[in-house]
Design a protein around this ligand. Structure first.
Ligand SMILES: [Zn+2]
Length: 498
């Protein structure tokens, strides 16, 4: 049964390429239009909220407004001024709200885990969650499961204010993931997983894997609302030929590349045994590192690897909840705060629904800077301001999209979040960054726009019938778990007591 198509309320939008663009307005908070001429009249004012622009001056406009024209921000400024300039423009009332740019999640498994959420036990030995669970689950995914999983991931992301997600990799049906992302109205990257290690499930020759990756990038070119990324599983699941070929493909196409590396000490051990080099240095020797590459994790780095990532401008997706959930040693080995301090490119990620689990990026942002302070025994280290940078403009830069998203400035896509600031966690109001990061979380997210379109209104996705999604997911999950034959268990006796 193809559940996914039953729960989408409206026809999907066309894939956005370089959409309409707009002129700048020098007297507003954003001064330059980064994308040339376009519409001069907004269709919507998001008005009356405290606008956290994340522009280069990091201006916060109390009672400000964002004018939206087509897919893009036309102007950011005082509500009274924008109302006077464009009288009669429809408004989204953001009074008593905080308005931020959409958040960026640079590492999210949209398939494999969402339908098995909270099923993989949290006390397994290293590797078991992959061998015993992830591999059979991916193998048992029907095309509709991939789409349904991505819909779930998209709904959860948007309702937490995440407007851009980078897919960590789908084994079988990335096109269905792309379809779901269009349906729910989220922006991001998709990837087709492949590997060429003999004997591994789903393995194929390097050339075959590269052809598949190339086809995905062709179908979803860089700059599209959903763009194809050259995506490898990483770890030890790629030959040198595949690693080098993938980097070459990404560079040739102007595409981005991502892969997992060293979340735990296992990859360094494996690379040292196989290649005589630590992982990042081996990648450097193959000319794989560079600004096109986003490494997921990079927790266990030695000094030379840190230097290599900095020198090559390689980006890192930092997923701290996963390392805590899986006991991988971030508090002992993590160098992310050092990378950040030294100008490294860091984004945040929430990994899989059974490894970090929540798609609430504000929780992740708080943890990232909290860990940095604690590991350094230094409370003067990165705080809420840096956390918000990681979640917005910094994350956007790390995934190569800072020219399009990550701040509220004229010419950028109108990806924004309206946080309801009337709850107790917002009372009384204080420093907006501290309150967003330390006090609040995704539960305050009321409305979300992606590319100028309202995709979440009053805490619910506009494009998706959420009750129908819940029902479909429950049914599909039972069938998927049965097909996969995974060893379901419960720590406690679970009794029927209807
Ligand atoms: Zn991952």
């Amino acid at each position: 049964m193809d559940w996914a198509h039953l729960i989408v309320l409206r026809a999907t939008m066309p894939a956005a390429g370089a959409g309409p663009s707009v002129p700048g307005h020098g007297d507003c908070a954003g001064e330059t239009n980064v994308n040339g001429p376009g519409p001069t009249r907004p269709e919507l004012l998001v008005a009356g909220g405290d606008v956290v622009t994340m522009n280069p001056r990091r201006e916060v406009l109390l009672g400000g407004a964002v004018a939206v024209a087509g897919e893009r921000v036309l102007a950011v400024g005082a509500t009274s001024e924008l109302r006077a300039r464009w009288p009669g423009t429809p408004e989204l009332d953001a009074s008593d709200c905080v308005v931020t740019p959409g958040l960026v999640n640079a590492h999210l498994h949209q398939t494999g885990d969402p339908l098995a959420r909270a099923r993989i036990p949290d006390d397994l030995p290293p590797g078991a969650s992959v061998d015993t669970w992830a591999v059979p689950l991916h193998a048992a995914h029907l095309p509709a499961d991939d789409e349904l999983s991505a819909l779930l991931a998209g709904v959860e992301s948007l309702r937490n204010g995440v407007t851009t997600v980078i897919e960590a990799g789908t084994v079988a049906h990335p096109e269905r993931v792309a379809a779901a992302m269009h349906e729910v109205g989220i922006r991001g990257g998709i990837g087709a997983w492949g590997w060429d290690v003999p004997g591994a499930p789903f393995a194929g020759p390097a050339g075959e894997v590269l052809d598949r990756l190339a086809a995905l990038v062709t179908a979803h070119p860089p700059g599209s609302r959903v763009e194809g990324w050259v995506t490898l599983v990483g770890h030890g699941l790629a030959s040198d030929e595949l690693l080098a070929g993938a980097a070459e493909l990404a560079r040739d196409r102007g595409a981005r590349m991502t892969m997992h590396l060293s979340p735990s000490g296992a990859d360094p051990e494996d690379y040292l045994r196989r290649t005589g080099r630590r992982p990042a240095l081996h990648l450097a020797s193959l000319d794989v590192l560079g600004p096109h590459l986003l490494l997921a994790h990079a927790v266990w780095l030695d000094d030379a690897e840190v230097e290599a990532l900095l020198a090559t401008r390689t980006a890192v997706a930092y997923c701290p909840w996963a390392y805590l959930r899986l006991g991988q040693g971030v508090t002992r080995a993590g160098r992310h705060a050092e990378l950040l301090r030294r100008g490294g490119r860091i984004a945040l990620g929430t990994d899989a629904a059974n490894a970090a689990d929540s798609a609430d990026l504000l929780r992740t942002a708080a943890l990232a800077v909290g860990l940095a302070k604690d590991m350094a025994l230094d409370p003067t280290g990165p705080g809420a301001a840096e956390a918000l940078e990681l979640a917005t403009i910094g994350g956007a830069e790390a995934i190569g999209m800072a020219d399009r998203i990550g701040s509220l400035e004229p010419g950028k896509y109108a990806d924004l979040v309206v946080h309801d600031a009337t709850g107790p966690q917002w009372t009384p109001r204080g420093d907006v960054a501290q309150q967003l990061v330390w006090s609040a979380d995704g539960r305050s997210v009321r409305d979300v726009l992606v590319g100028g379109r309202i995709v979440v209104r009053d805490h619910a996705c506009v494009e998706v019938d959420e009750p129908a999604l819940r029902t479909a997911a429950a049914r599909a999950a039972e069938a998927l778990l049965a097909r996969a034959g995974v060893p379901l268990r419960s720590r406690w006796p679970t009794l029927r007591a209807y």
